[in-house]
Design a protein. Structure first.
Length: 381
């Protein structure tokens, strides 16, 4: 995603940019099996949760924690953005409009690519599991482009996380409107308690999107914002090491055979703690050594700028690479490994180029148009 520069200092933002890159790369790694799944010598066989738990190391089975880290970052960033907003309906509407301008145009573009691939291939390239029935597919397209909570997930599969994000943005806008924007952690705490209660009762609202366990992760990000100053000064290196240790522990617990009812709670609480530790640890570490100015840090910053494009596009790129390997299905194992790495590099490269030349310039123009529209007085009749 493009940087949401705020009033709290560039070190905070740079640390979050690098963490965005890490989160996006974890998600790409998680889905990278798509690029080799049709190879005869595929070493990462797709299977259900129990299959993965019995065949692969636990720490490789939960790389989708990148999604959870994104939610934690969002909790931090949104608290930053709304903290000093005036408590008016106009400010709430402006906040919601800015988020819509940020989220929807790239999402619509890649949703359109999924549809185009389906039509052009006459249904053979069907990432969205479309039925070919105009009525049902048309209804699903409408709910998808509007990010309406639904089951099955949106046509662009990763859009399910954007539904959670948009509901969180709505909560932030309402908090601004009623004057609770400086108490966002409190508001999220109440919703988190509701999520825990619903999970314990095995009840889901709005297909599981309303007051979901992921609310706990937004809360952890908001708490990281609230207590970032003392926490970022408290042994940041130790916090980063602890975050890695927590990830290993949570992965092992999730693979240990706990009940399916407890899994969302364990994942959200564990991931929330990991995300908060990473946020505060990286802020503190970057303040001490300015890691963002190093060669590796600069690379992560660049990927962080393109993280939204990477998140939206990687499934398409990896799936395309997976279709291409059909041409050489008997590729030996070393070749498959090389193709795997090449596919990940292709996904990252495409996203960076797209973000720098399409997504970010268009977003800047839309943002400028929105600001201009707000400042131009309406002519009276």
């Amino acid at each position: 995603m493009s940087r949401d520069h705020g009033r709290r200092g560039p070190q905070n933002i740079d640390a979050l940019q690098m963490l965005r890159a890490v989160a996006a790369l974890l998600v790409v790694m998680w889905h990278s099996r798509l690029s080799i799944m049709h190879a005869n010598n595929n070493y990462w066989v797709e299977g259900d949760f129990l299959y993965r738990a019995s065949h692969y190391p636990a720490f490789l089975n939960h790389l989708d924690i990148g999604v959870d880290i994104f939610f934690c970052i969002s909790g931090f960033i949104m608290n930053l953005l709304i903290h000093d907003e005036a408590s008016t309906s106009g400010s709430a509407l402006a906040f919601a409009t800015k988020r819509a301008v940020r989220i929807f145009p790239p999402y619509w573009f890649f949703t359109g690519l999924v549809l185009l691939a389906y039509v052009a291939s006459r249904g053979r390239f069907n990432l969205a599991s479309l039925t070919g029935n105009i009525a049902s597919d048309g209804g699903r397209l409408l709910t998808s482009v509007l990010l309406v909570p639904e089951e099955p997930p949106p046509i662009l599969g990763v859009g399910w996380t954007l539904i959670h994000e948009c509901l969180f943005y709505l909560l932030c806008a309402l908090s601004i409107a009623v004057g609770l924007n400086r108490r966002l952690p409190t508001v999220l705490s109440l919703f988190s308690l509701g999520a825990i209660g619903l999970t314990a009762a095995n009840v889901s609202l709005m297909h599981g999107y309303f007051a979901s366990p992921f609310t706990i992760e937004f809360l952890c990000g908001a708490l990281a914002f609230k207590y970032r100053k003392p926490l970022s000064r408290f042994f940041p290196g130790l916090q980063l090491v602890t975050a890695v240790g927590c990830y290993l522990a949570v992965s092992a617990i999730l693979d240990s055979g706990i009940s399916t009812q407890m899994m969302p709670f364990v994942r959200s609480v564990g991931s929330g703690i990991i995300g908060a530790l990473l946020i505060c640890g990286l802020i503190g570490a970057n303040e001490r050594i300015c890691f963002s100015r190093s060669l590796l840090g600069a690379g992560l910053m660049r990927i962080g700028d393109a993280s939204y494009s990477l998140y939206l596009s990687h499934w398409l790129v990896l799936s395309t690479m997976g279709k291409l390997i059909w041409l050489i299905p008997a590729l030996p194992a070393p070749g498959v490994a090389a193709w795997h790495v090449l596919s990940i590099f292709a996904a990252i490269s495409f996203a960076v180029i797209f973000a720098e030349h399409v997504e970010i310039p268009i977003h800047k123009r839309l943002q400028a148009a929105f600001l201009h529209a707000r400042t131009v007085p309406v002519a009276s009749g």
